[in-house]
Design a protein around this ligand. Structure first.
Ligand code: UD1
Length: 419
């Protein structure tokens, strides 16, 4: 198993190029199954979760060819198996995204329940309820979701909670349904919008992407298309925090600043000068220690839960006291204990963490528990005295492309070792 050894090495400076968004690439790959013809996707990040999705599609009979420069060619015409097995789904919850497309296109699907997860119970009941409202017959048995339908029927669905993959699953299914589907309280995340753009390029009729009401007129079939995946806002945010926490100066290239407002605002509150140049974002701390910030996570356009752990790291060395309220997931504070082992002063009560900044952290062996928690431990390591060894970094590899190389280019001392 690989580990990362991070050695505090002062301010990070320089440029980093932002990869395609994992959370857009995954639903887009799943959506290819809706089409009758070949598809070309550009800017697909090279990540473990993407490989898992490609493997899952491959087992179903979808042909996926990896081209050069992050290009992926998909031919969905050979689908022969309408199932997603537990062994793959358990490694990646986003596998649930094949449920909507399989059911809509082939009238049948068997997808393993994702099961528990380090960051909370994360049920998929809203996916199931929405598809049932569209006429599917769904049974949950032996750990599997077994779904059948003739042609799905348009329906009006009001989502009880804002769910990103739930919205995506239902939107994909609705594209081939008979009649109009209205999804209310839909997720407004940029990745949902990117998926809608891709579906529209295949011939889908979707209105309202980016608002909380989606209107989808079902069509008989979807055709092949070409699409470029939008940049990863969470990756961009993570590198900007790396700049802020180390009192450095960073340019994030190709970062799509328009979808990062809430994060950029918090970086400014932390005292950094943040300037947008077209698609690039420049962060300059002027060598100053960050100020503590208060953060409250909520669905887009509010502050993303996927940036919560990184801002916790920032607060551990900031000037003052900052609070972090996590409202999207229960139990998403597993990084706290590890940061405390590095000397951080954090008190947790329910979904609120109160962080009192200290002058410096000390390096320690720490264990990653989920993707963003892992990133936050690497960030903490960048400002700790001595070595921080981050274990279980397969979590990081699920969501960050070549993280040690990218941080290394910015001046970080970070290396990967095999245990
Ligand atoms: C997606 C993102 C993940 C991000 C999260 C929130 C992908 C692949 N993953 O995860 O990185 O952290 O959005 O922005 O895009 N819920 C239910 N019932 C459901 C579905 C969800 O109660 O059927 C609840 C969840 O438990 C959670 C909340 O809704 O409390 C939001 O979860 P959701 O938006 O569905 O997260 P994911 O789509 O799994």
């Amino acid at each position: 198993m690989d580990q990362l050894i991070v050695t505090g090495n002062g301010a990070l400076t320089g440029e980093v190029r932002i990869s395609g968004a994992k959370n857009a690439a995954l639903p887009i790959l799943a959506a290819t199954m809706l089409a009758d013809g070949p598809i070309l996707i550009d800017n697909v990040p090279h990540l473990h979760d993407v490989t898992t999705m490609i493997e899952l599609l491959g087992r179903m009979g979808v042909q996926v060819t990896l081209g050069e420069r992050m290009q992926v060619e998909v031919d969905p015409r050979g689908v022969h198996t309408l199932a997603a097995p537990y062994e793959l789904v358990k490694t990646m919850r986003a596998s649930i995204l094949v449920l909507g497309p399989l059911l809509a296109r082939y009238g049948e699907a068997e997808v393993s329940l994702p099961g528990g997860c380090a960051i909370g119970s994360r049920p998929v009941d809203l996916h199931i309820r929405g598809l049932t409202a569209m006429g599917a017959e769904i049974r949950v048995e032996n750990g599997y979701i077994r779904a059948r339908a003739g042609r799905l029927k348009g329906a009006r669905i009001v989502l009880e909670t804002v769910t990103v993959t739930g919205t995506e699953n239902l939107m994909m299914a609705a594209c081939l349904a008979d009649g109009e589907t209205i999804i209310e309280n839909a997720a407004r995340e940029p990745e949902v919008v990117d998926l809608a753009r891709f579906l529209s390029a295949m011939g889908a009729r979707i209105e309202g992407a980016g608002t909380d009401t989606l209107r989808i007129q079902g069509v008989r079939s979807l055709h092949g298309a070409r699409h470029q995946v939008l940049p990863d806002r969470i990756e961009a945010g993570t590198y900007l925090v790396a700049g802020a926490i180390t009192r450095g100066k960073i340019m994030a290239r190709g970062a799509c600043p328009g979808v990062l407002d809430a994060v950029l605002q918090k970086l400014r509150e932390a005292g950094a000068e943040v300037t947008v140049h077209g698609e690039d974002i420049e962060l300059d701390t002027g060598g100053r220690r960050p100020s503590a910030v208060n953060v409250r996570t909520a669905p887009y356009p509010a502050f993303p839960t996927d940036m919560q752990a990184q801002f916790m790291a920032l607060n551990t060395v900031a000037d003052g006291v900052g609070t972090i309220a996590e409202t999207v997931f229960e139990n998403r504070f597993m990084h706290v204990q590890e940061m405390q082992r590095m000397g951080a002063r954090i008190q947790v009560e329910g979904n609120l963490a109160v962080v009192t900044g200290c002058e410096t952290l000390t390096g320690a062996p720490v264990m990653a528990t989920d993707l963003r928690a892992s990133a936050s431990l690497v960030l903490a390591g960048l400002v700790a005295e001595g070595d921080t060894t981050v274990d279980r970094i397969y979590h990081l590899d699920r969501g960050y492309e070549r993280i040690e190389e990218k941080l290394g280019q910015l001046g970080a001392k970070i290396r990967r070792v095999r245990k």
